[in-house]
Design a binder for this molecule. Sequence first.
Ligand code: AMP
Ligand code: MG
Length: 348
Amino acid sequence: MIFCRRTPVLLLILALLATGCSPTAQPVSRTTTRLLMGTLVSITTWSLPTNASAWEEQERQGVDAAFREVARIEGVMSSHRADSPLSRLNQAPRGIAHPLLPELADLLRRGLEVTNASGGAFDMGLDPLILLWGFSREPPPQTVPDPQRITAWLEHHAPGGLTLSGTVEQPLLRLANASHGLDLGAIAKGYALDRAVAVLQEQGIHNAIVNAGGNLRTIGAKGDRPWRLGIRHPRQAEGVMAVVEVDRPLTMVTSGDYERFFIHQDQRYHHIFDPRTGYPARSGLISVTVQAEDGTLADALSTALFVLGAEQGLALLRRFPGSEALLMLEDRSLRRSAGFIGQPVAEP
Ligand code: AMP
Ligand code: MG
């Protein structure tokens, strides 16, 4: 999986992070940041000012536990680590069903729902293509691979190349051939958000934001104030394209062509591929932000929409009730689904 090793901040937490206590006992925020899954993961908690150091200790332990969970997920799902359970599946012979962790199978099952609904635009079997392009290397590539190699990959990469079978306790995975290998870069960060939030809640922390490279999930509330979040402008390094103010928990994930890319002969080549061509998706979109019930779905959908483009993407969204999207097109115009929470920011 490509986890960007630079630190893209796709969504900026705006004006939320002031610390300190006021006479009216506003919540105090604490933010801890770690480098995980190739990006900056930060957890911000809110609680009323207290002198009870026992609570602060409990909060610290809860946040630590959530970070440990994200690190565990990275250890299972990274394709960069040769000994991860995911890499071992990628190294195993093709055409045979191999046992895999129930957790991995669950995540693949959820991802396959989006694969099927998107007609294969969302594809968790792109590891060989990503290796061919070199997007998992540091520094990122600067040139296009030999087109014949892409054609050779495409010839063997048919939809349905990734099949789950077996039981819930002992699931099995079959990868059809060498053109299929697991890469969960488009879904694992969203899953990590969900798991980090679940751990925080188990630890008694109920007001927080988990932010993984700009993909975020909020829980609880920020006292009597709404959450105020910004979505990064895909063409302005420090710019914000929309502001989201909301007074309830929210999950929001962004896919964009600016996270990892190179320019070759005036053409932008980025890290989100169209499995039908073997080339970076050119659907007319440059940024897709999805709000959905949970991070796993939001992450899968944001990538699928990016590949499908505005019309087909918005149609896909309607198959997942409760999910909403804001799209920026190449001409910088915006499209949004009816229930997307947030307001575009006027061009400076
Ligand atoms: P995201 O930023 O969530 O859109 O995920 C992009 C990452 O997912 C890439 O860096 C690849 O690791 C992987 N990926 C690229 N194209 C696809 C695709 N069409 N379907 C699923 N995963 C993809
Ligand atoms: Mg994604």
